[in-house]
Design a binder for this molecule. Structure first.
Ligand code: SF4
Length: 708
């Protein structure tokens, strides 16, 4: 065959937060192949999603024309489960009509019900520029801070603990720094599936002698490379890490100089963890006391030790406490501020770091400036030339609760603009979330596919896939990278940045961002100013030239700083604040009726709600159907063979899917990926929230499992 290509375009992978650089090969306006590029996070490597995960862009189901719900077609929560022909529900419209209808409906509700009547969900899968403009639209056009995105469902608790403890929500060291570490603690994370290229650096480190400690209720692939695997009971993270802190203090392994000079509140931590001896915690977390002591000693005495964590830590009602314990672990051992050490919450989406930095969160303006801080508030009012709300907005889950509030509630949410998110699949307790979306008087959805959320919309705006636009994204390592347009959007689909600006103008905002690609460079430069110096040295031209710069980067000649906190923390007193945590149990424990623990998550081949990867030929062929993973002993007890159908039910819903044997999943637990619309795991999950990060407890609820 003809192996020639028409052109090559350098960009970044749109899937996980590792942020691998890649090169699209284009022939006849199609991506025919993708190759790894020598980026700082991947050095030429790609996983299966980055290599084979792009034909969704050319899928026949792409939205190519604006759609308006037909008059008289009622909105039902069950619409989210619809498949097939949208013509029964929607009619085609021109852009002019659809934009007028979308913005007109939002404006009407704002004028009728006040400035709290509207909310917006932006996206961690869009660019920094889209995130920045979207939050600016909500704050200056809708009139409130009711703007959020999927960081709420991901690392909101980690960020809450990090902001409180170290003064910055970002990582201290890049993931590739594991190659410098003597000990690597991987906790609540399955990197082989979820951050695959980062996992390759861990495996390389193990090969050259680094000790990997995997701490997770599931014995996942990385255990094959681990020095010790701590398969602790689900929900006992605080007990386990407190037992390590206890050991380090009791056995005099504390880095006294570091604690004295760089931290505060050590005595409070010491008093709390005094009650958590490994001997007392061993029966709670299911790990022998001697193993807990051995790992604690190894962590404290390693020349360099690094902690990487995922949703297994963050998605609990005690997610913030889990992260507090991990911060304390690196702090009292002095394992931060040097190569191969520190704290790395592995970011899920490709731009969840950047979208959060850009202010796509309800309590903070760009660069984590609190909306209720008078100084920050005044600065942004002046910068944007608009009066701004000084009260924090509602989070993702709170917004959906407010959508079903009584009409008398002055903070009821009546209308929403959802850009590139799919809450009808990603939120906990989906029956409730879908009913809330259906109850909205006006729902504007901007997406590339007919997602479960789009089926509930009043108007759908067809948007651009990642290879169809130019923009920047910020990966888990704080590296800002340039994504470049390789294709044009299909049909009448338009770039997201253009759509957001069209809505803004129709809401009365006088925005002008001149230049090619919907003014993306001008938006970036405005965002750079709003970021208060953090990316001062990262000009658009520099990114065009270098493709990647790691912040903080204060001037054009500053090379950027992959490792931070070397001599101080960005807290008011420059010190790390230790915050002790006690055990808070999961919101819903198993009982006789619902005896199993459900853990939800992702798998290597599918991405989040599946809207992209389920429409990708290779990835869907590898994992074509929803599965529930159970221990072989449990399957035997249930009388179910792998491959047979199972029903899994919680107090909130039930799904039927295929049994898979996985002896790494401990007895009494079931693991289900949340990517499958035909068996949506989030119909089962519990919406109970962590009080600090407001993150739902996706990693723990009670279910029963039956033969279907
Ligand atoms: Fe993309 Fe993440 Fe895979 Fe890299 S590791 S290719 S960023 S999905």
């Amino acid at each position: 065959g003809d192996l020639s290509v028409d052109r090559e375009v350098h960009s970044v992978c749109p899937y996980c937060g590792v942020g691998c650089q890649l090169t699209y090969q284009i022939k006849d306006e199609r991506i025919v192949a993708v190759q790894g590029r020598d980026g700082p996070a991947n050095q030429g490597r790609l996983c299966v999603k980055g290599r084979f995960g792009f034909d969704y862009v050319h899928h026949a189901g792409r939205l190519t024309t604006p759609l308006i719900r037909k008059a008289g077609v009622p909105k039902l929560a069950s619409d989210a489960e619809r498949q097939g022909d949208w013509r029964e529900v929607f009619r085609e419209a021109t852009w002019e009509e659809a934009l007028d209808f979308a913005a007109g409906g939002l404006k009407r509700l704002r004028d009728q019900h006040g400035l709290k009547a509207l909310a917006g969900f932006g996206s961690a899968k869009g660019s920094n520029e889209e995130a920045y403009l979207f939050q600016k639209l909500v704050r200056t056009g809708f009139g409130s801070n009711n703007v959020d995105h999927c960081t709420r469902l991901c690392h909101a608790s980690s960020v809450a603990a990090l902001l409180e403890g170290v003064g910055s929500g970002a990582v201290s060291n890049p993931a590739i720094d594991v190659t410098e570490a003597e000990l690597i603690l991987v906790i609540g994370s399955n990197p082989t599936s979820n951050h695959p290229v980062a996992a390759t650096w861990m495996k390389n480190a193990a090969q050259r002698g680094a000790k990997i400690v995997l701490a997770d209720p599931r014995r996942t692939d990385i255990a094959r490379h681990a020095w010790r695997t701590l398969q602790f009971r689900p929900d006992t993270d605080v007990a386990m890490v407190n037992a390590m802190l206890h050991t380090i203090i009791e056995e005099d392994l504390v880095d006294q100089a570091f604690v004295r000079e760089r931290t505060t509140h050590f005595e409070e931590l010491k008093a709390t963890v005094a009650a958590y001896s490994p001997e007392r915690m061993a029966p709670i977390c299911g790990i022998p006391a001697e193993t807990l002591r051995e790992v604690a000693r190894a962590f404290a005495t390693a020349k360099s030790a690094m902690v990487l964590w995922g949703m297994g830590v963050s998605q609990h009602v005690h997610g913030t406490d889990n992260a507090r314990c991990l911060i304390a672990l690196v702090a009292i051992t002095g394992q931060i501020g040097k190569p191969g050490s520190g704290l790395h919450p592995l970011r899920g989406q490709n731009n969840v770091q950047g979208a959060s930095d850009a202010g796509l969160i309800p309590m903070m303006f760009p660069n984590y400036q609190r909306v209720n801080n008078p100084e920050a508030h005044a600065w942004f009012e002046q910068f944007w030339g608009q009066p701004l709300d000084a009260t924090p907005g509602y989070t993702v889950t709170e917004i959906l609760k407010k959508a079903v509030a009584p009409a008398s509630d002055p903070h009821k949410v009546w209308g929403m603009y959802v850009e590139g998110e799919n809450p009808a699949m990603s939120d906990p307790d989906l029956n409730h979330a879908r009913a809330a979306l259906a109850a909205l008087e006006h729902l504007v959805v901007q997406d590339i596919f007919m997602t479960e959320t789009a089926w509930l919309a009043d108007v759908i705006l067809p948007a651009s896939a990642w290879p169809e636009k130019t923009g920047t994204v910020t990966n888990t390592d704080r590296t800002v990278q340039m994504g470049r347009r390789a294709l044009n959007p299909p049909g009448q689909a338009r770039q997201d940045l253009w759509i957001i600006q069209q809505i803004a103008q129709r809401m009365g905002l006088n925005w002008h961002y001149p230049g090619p690609e919907s003014g993306v460079a001008a938006v970036y430069e405005e965002m750079r100013q709003a970021m208060h110096g953090v990316i001062a040295g990262v000009s658009w031209q520099r990114l065009e030239r270098d493709s990647a710069v790691t912040y903080p980067c204060l001037s054009e000649d500053d090379p950027g700083h992959p490792i931070v906190f070397i001599d101080h923390f960005p807290t008011p007193d420059g010190k790390l604040r230790l915050v002790p945590a006690d055990i808070i149990p999961a919101a819903e424990k198993p009982d006789d009726d619902y005896p199993f623990v459900l853990i939800t998550g992702r798998q290597l081949e599918h991405w989040h709600t599946g809207s992209m990867t389920r429409r990708t030929e290779v990835l869907d062929a590898l994992e074509p159907q929803p599965t529930a993973s159970l221990n072989g002993a449990d399957l035997q007890r249930l009388g179910v063979q792998p491959g047979q159908a199972l029903t899994v039910a919680s107090r909130r819903g039930q799904i039927t899917l295929t049994a898979r044997r996985d002896d790494g999943t401990p007895p009494g637990t079931v693991f289900i990926p949340f990517a499958y619309t035909e068996a949506a795991a989030n119909l089962l999950t519990n919406a109970a929230l962590d009080p600090f990060g407001k993150i739902p407890e996706f990693k723990y609820c009670a279910v029963k499992v039956m033969r279907a």
